[in-house]
Design a protein around this ligand. Sequence first.
Ligand code: ARG
Length: 454
Amino acid sequence: MKLWYGRFQSNVNEAADSFNSSLSFDKRLYACDIAGSKAHCTMLGECNIIPDEDAKLIVKTLDEILNDINNGKCEIKDAEDIHSFVENELVSRIGAIGKKLHTGRSRNDQVALDIRLYLRDAADDIVALLKQFASTLTDIAENNLNTVMPAFTHLQKAQPTTLAHHMAAYAEMLLRDISRFEETKTRINVMPLGSGACTSTPYPINRQRVAELLNFPVITANSMDAVSDRDFVLDFLYSASVAMMHLSRLSEEIIIWSSDDYKYIELSDGYSTGSSIMPQKKNPDMNELIRGKTGRVYGDLMSLLTVMKGIPLAYDKDMQEDKECVFDAYDTLKASLIVINGLMKEAKFNVTRLRECTDGGFTSATECADYLVGKGVPFRDAHAIVGRLVIYCIENGKTMQSLTLDEYKKFGDFDEGIYEAIKAETAIMRRTAPGAPSPDSMKAEIKQLRKQLK
Ligand code: ARG
């Protein structure tokens, strides 16, 4: 039966009924809905708004319903939404007393509470997974302090660095993702119940008590705002979008690095797929899917931003559209984090290949210029000299390492020391500033990462 049947004289149209129903997706909120109802009912009893023994019976029955749903004994079906379902089930079990539960409450503040309870746990869940993945990347960094590889800008080889430096860069992004979700959680963690449909309720309710029972540090300040605010859902979706963007960038690199031309990394069989026609194929589908699914999560954020932009205060049914966005973004980010964490744990970096590729593309050109600066040449002039040296190498099929000293001397004030100066290892060792790739700088960064991941 509809919660609002009294005002209606005939049944709602079948198509309209199914269009209106949110049960197929908001059933995920059942445990939150029951937790919220228990707290509300306990408070109603304590404040003598309903008889204490009625409150106790309702709470006990709600617990039984929760158990039965968890054990598969009670199937969630045949209701407009999860709130209606729980209430109908309660009334079917204890009759008239169950009808007292909704005293001083509206589905508008009820759903606002449910989604906050749900997202509070979801944010914790995502933070835990982000921490795991950041630790995995930090482990890879720690094991590769001396694994030399090229750093790129514009996907052109730029300067020598280490795999530790590259992986720790992603760990830093994940740390910021963690803090974004933690901050989002402080805005989620506000208790809206007691706001009623939009102007609260005349019953002598105790909102602080409900907050205490549900472990919320604060309550919402304005009942209109409380039932119509979904910015905390948008915060969650934005945080999820940024995290997906980071996973997508890493995935893009994994895809490039696992190609035959790069061969920087080999994915384990467990995290690769094959081709139905080309027997040789081992494809990085997981990373492609993460890159692709990033689009969905952005879509979830854009959907809800658009849903919210034109609706007047207070509650409007448009807001029911928040749920599929948030469930989809949460599921997608969660699955992506689990998969990419396992994938990176099992991936093998080709250390020899990374080292070989470091000298290509004149990655030592900056070192060569800095070497001349050390001899008193102004940097801009040194830059131009090395630019001409690079042209000479290209035209004569040489590298900076294979040039003879006589050849070097034609361009400027070079001596034997140039060969040591242009080694990738030298370039890395000399970069000792905080945040730089020298092993000592990286050890310090890794120590900080570990501290923040605790
Ligand atoms: N299913 C609704 C939602 O998700 C619950 C609130 C319904 N409130 C109402 N006044 N119809 O937003």
